[in-house]
Design a protein around this ligand. Structure first.
Ligand SMILES: Cc1cc2nc3c(=O)[nH]c(=O)nc-3n(C[C@H](O)[C@H](O)[C@H](O)COP(=O)(O)OP(=O)(O)OC[C@H]3O[C@@H](n4cnc5c(N)ncnc54)[C@H](O)[C@@H]3O)c2cc1C
Length: 394
């Protein structure tokens, strides 16, 4: 059987297949040699961002009329997986998908055009600032405030864990325009330029993995934004981000699966070469079954995730539950596969001479952000219960 990652997805057209090959070549020949240093230094090289930009990766999700490539979510997932095979950091630095999805969902007319063109502009990095020190899974409890003042809004508060915080040019920031009691209905979304007075980075996090992706705590101190930078309607922000997650959760799963594929490949090759008891360890059934289970898990995650992406591309009404299933299952299997890859390498898996310990550290975050996997299961259970209640009434 060929390695599953070598099989070109049958649904890609000829142009997309060539594009995938180009991204793969970049990831495996140019990016991969830099990965250990990115992990050590915590810095992602600007030159690599420039190359990814020249490949058109920044504007992938942006519709053609706003200067982008209008790629299907399926193709975006393929790209995310290919980059993550080298390093998930590349997939996150380059991905403006959540911001794009938010603008497409919330903004209309000139506002959408202006910001989508900005997203598609070379070297424009984006970030989404929803979480706060006391508001993670319970995102409807955020306390950052946006108060209307004439033609402006004035924003105050603290935002935590912002991916690309510190390097992004353009942020989508969530703040409360209603009362705390309004919960989700009181939250609005604003576009914000990184150099807006009053907006600053307070702290860069020192993380276990995904090093090279900056994660920042940001402060909003009397940040004055013209009301035109509100996207959508006042109070619509929470709804917009939850709907945008339906598009980005399959992408997040694909990034995790890209790491998992890389870990499985390292484990397979190592099992051929490492000899104990006079033979290659890959000849022991105990390890063969472990490797087979890793491959089964990977393919199950991949199949579910691409199905979730396909449903988004078809405009299906069932995207929320599939996106949550893909995100939780895809990232759970990636964590298991990377952990098992360390096991296959034994002691050598536990040290930095081999890349699997980094892959295991990198994989962990995917079970946590974009809604933890407990929260995903809560969403799935909620949707199942809603179906059951309707059926019971019928
Ligand atoms: C590296 C990194 C990058 C991030 N990037 C961004 C970003 O770009 N933008 C952004 O806005 N945020 C970002 N986040 C924040 C991320 O989305 C949150 O960390 C995540 O939503 C969890 O929130 P929390 O950390 O406060 O954990 P908590 O919400 O405190 O959860 C702690 C534990 O309790 C569990 N739990 C909580 N509530 C429930 C429940 N109802 N049922 C069952 N279990 C529950 C959780 O699953 C988890 O295991 C990032 C975080 C990290 C670490």
């Amino acid at each position: 059987m060929p390695n599953a990652s070598d099989a070109v997805p049958t649904w890609l057209n000829a142009e997309e297949t060539m594009f995938r090959a180009e991204v793969r070549r970049f990831a495996r020949t140019e990016l991969r040699p830099l990965v250990a240093e990115i992990d050590r230094s915590g810095e992602f090289p600007r030159a690599a961002i420039e190359t990814m930009d020249s490949l058109g990766l920044f504007s992938l999700a942006v519709p053609e009329e706003h200067g982008g490539a209008d790629a299907s979510l399926g193709l975006q997932c393929v790209v995310a997986e290919e980059l993550a095979y080298a390093t998930p950091v590349a997939s996150l630095v380059v991905s403006p998908s959540l911001v794009t999805a938010l603008i497409l969902r919330a903004a209309g007319g000139d506002v959408a055009d202006e910001y989508l063109k900005r997203v598609a502009t070379p070297m424009t990095l984006t970030a989404v600032a929803l979480s706060e020190p006391d508001s993670g899974s319970d995102a409807a409890s955020i306390t950052a405030r946006a108060v209307r003042d004439g033609d402006d809004y004035v924003l105050n508060g603290r935002k935590s864990w912002i991916t690309n915080g510190g390097i992004a040019d353009l942020f989508c920031v969530f703040a409360r325009t209603g009362s705390v009691a309004d919960r989700a209905r009181g939250i609005s979304a604003f576009m914000l330029d990184a150099d807006t007075p009053g907006f600053s980075v307070a702290k860069l996090e020192d993380k276990m993995g995904l090093r090279g992706s900056t994660t920042a705590e940001c402060v909003l101190e009397d940040v004055r934004l013209p009301a035109t930078q509100l996207i959508g309607v006042e109070g619509g922000g929470f709804r917009y981000v939850m709907e945008a997650f339906d598009k980005t959760r399959p992408l997040i799963a694909c990034v995790a699966l890209g790491i998992a594929q890389a870990a499985l490949d390292v484990a397979l090759l190592y099992a051929q070469e490492r000899r104990q008891f006079g033979k290659a360890i890959g000849e022991f059934q105990g390890l063969q079954f472990l490797l087979a289970d890793m491959a089964i898990a990977l393919e199950s995650g991949r199949t579910l995730t691409y199905e979730a992406a396909r449903l988004v591309d078809l405009g299906s009404p069932h995207t929320t539950v599939y996106a949550s299933m893909a995100k939780s299952w895809g990232t759970d299997v990636a964590m298991k596969i990377t952990t098992d890859a360390v096991q296959v390498l034994g002691g050598f898996g536990y040290v930095k001479d081999f890349p699997v310990e980094r892959m295991m550290r990198d994989a962990k975050i995917f079970q946590i952000f974009e809604g933890t996997n407990q929260i995903q299961r809560g969403i799935i259970a909620r949707e199942l219960n809603a179906w059951a209640r309707t059926e019971a009434r019928a």
